[in-house]
Design a binder for this molecule. Structure first.
Ligand SMILES: [Cu+2]
Length: 493
């Protein structure tokens, strides 16, 4: 008999529109998994190479609300290419649908709009030296069509997008269509278009790391040593908010907003790791809930990583993978993956890939709670078509004989098609009695070692059987904690 588990999302206090909350979030129900006794997969997870390969260079990827993956590669970092390409990958069937686009999306930024479509800013106007295009592109995951909407004021090559609490999207940085550095911020609204550009009082790196905070502001965590905060309400920056312990540019390292939880009042912590060449293995965290927030050193990863990826898993841990000690040098590839537990502030081994993942490699958490890993493009025109799946340790258990076996997955028989802020919603599952916790995970969008809509998870406290209503401890600013996004329902099993 199917029973339901109910959840209550936070109150929406500051949005201009009543966005439906994240149906596109991946709802991941975690089973109580027995403690591992033997074996490796149930301790470090399992890496496997997929039989099928990517038909295009997967430089810019986004998980779609329907569980498929958008690859918006443009001319694929190959100046001989005359066709700009994109593809949609279905990880369930292993099939790709390819198409070409009339403008070059290579070197864009991608993020999710509140309605589940993908907002793509910029791209390439010219190679070597590179210039950026002004184009704003929207991809509809239902029709799989790209449309061009209002241009930005200037071109952007290597910008970053960040979803704002009110559903708008901010874009920052990039090389313009004239070759100048575009250090303006513009904000996009699906109904009214772009705001006028506002120049920042500093020159950011390309592909800056931007994270939405629960107070509605945007934290800029690098890759430069000096952190800053942008207030969309006043369109102003506060500079020199903190300085990293590492003190050098962490270019092509990574940055994540750690999972926000109602149990600690959505305490906001940002973690940065890796980057630079020769690369660093160091990692740092800043706790914005501290009286005087400052970057603090964490234990290092097992290997230095430039061109790495960092993926937040539904358990709240951070998977750090790929990269190398020297940039674009496969002989120094860091093949072992690491798993960081923010609760204990420790790293543990997460298995070993056999494929060097360097420049332009990507990784995304999928709805089935595995991690898809693809790409690597250290030189123009040469790239890695093999794709991998990393199955984390939580997908395995041991049988009565002590053998490592796949764990039984919780089944979702139905779930709400739309969820609003401060509204209870139910997920039907025959496994409710065995479910320890649930998380909503925002779909990721990855490029150049960073996820511009980094997956912020929100965990409900453990314990549950049927008809249990989960309540949040504080009723504040929910769209900032979980920025609006929508899409069709897609939940994991
Ligand atoms: Cu690039």
């Amino acid at each position: 008999m199917a029973r339901s588990v109910e959840f209550l999302t936070g109150a929406m206090t500051d949005s201009r529109r009543p966005f439906a909350l994240a149906i596109g979030f991946l709802l991941v129900l975690m089973l109580l998994i027995p403690t591992a006794v033997f074996g490796q997969a149930n301790v470090v997870g399992q890496w496997s190479i997929l039989a099928n390969q990517s038909p295009i260079n997967p430089i810019h990827v986004a998980l779609l609300p329907n569980g498929r993956i958008l690859l918006a590669s443009g001319t694929e970092n190959d100046p001989t290419h005359t066709v700009s390409r994109a593809a949609v990958y279905n990880p369930v069937t292993g099939t790709f649908s390819l198409q070409s686009i009339d403008w070059d999306l290579f070197c864009n930024a991608m993020s999710h709009l509140p309605d589940g479509r993908i907002l793509i800013t910029g791209g390439t106007l010219q190679y070597n030296p590179f210039l950026g295009i002004k184009n704003t592109t929207i991809f509809n995951p239902v029709t799989e069509e790209f449309i061009r909407v209002q241009d930005m004021a200037q071109g952007r090559w290597y910008p970053s997008n960040a979803t704002l609490a009110d559903g708008r999207t901010m874009v920052f940085s990039g090389i313009s269509d004239t070759g100048s550095f575009n250090n303006t911020v513009e904000m996009y609204d699906v109904t009214s278009g772009w705001t006028l550009p506002v120049t920042a009082p500093f020159v950011p790196p390309l592909y800056p790391w931007l994270h939405l905070l629960p107070n509605g502001k945007i934290f800029f965590s690098g890759s430069t040593p000096s952190s800053a905060i942008f207030d969309p309400a006043t369109q102003s920056w506060t500079q020199n908010v903190a300085t990293t312990v590492y003190g050098q540019d962490r270019h092509y390292g990574s940055s994540v907003l750690l999972p926000l939880s109602p149990s600690d009042g959505y305490r906001t912590r940002i973690m940065i790791m890796g980057g630079n060449t020769p690369a660093t293995a160091t990692a740092e965290m800043i706790d914005l809930g501290a009286p005087a927030p400052a970057w603090q050193a964490l234990p290092p990863m097992s290997a230095p990583r430039i061109e790495m990826n960092a993926v937040i898993l539904p358990t709240g841990t951070v998977l750090a993978l790929g990269g190398s000690a020297r940039d674009e040098d496969a002989s120094t590839a860091s093949l072992g993956a690491d798993l960081f537990d923010p609760a204990s502030r420790t790293w543990s081994p997460a298995g070993q890939s056999t494929i060097a993942r360097l420049y332009h490699s990507v990784a995304l958490l999928l709805p089935d709670a595995t991690v898809w890993v693809a790409g690597s493009n250290p030189f123009q025109g040469a790239w890695e078509p093999r794709m991998e799946i990393y199955a984390p340790a939580y997908l395995f258990t041991t049988d009565a004989g002590g053998n490592v076996v796949p764990a039984t997955r919780p089944r979702i028989t139905s779930a709400a098609a739309r969820v609003g802020y401060s509204a209870a919603f139910s997920v039907q599952t025959p496994d409710a009695a065995d479910i320890a916790s649930a998380v909503l995970v925002r779909p990721g969008s990855a490029t150049h070692a960073f996820k511009s809509t980094a997956a912020a998870c929100r965990r409900w406290p453990p314990g549950s059987s049927s008809r249990r209503r989960r309540t949040t401890s504080r009723p504040a600013a929910r769209s900032r904690i979980r920025p609006p996004t929508s899409p069709s329902s897609r939940v994991s099993r």
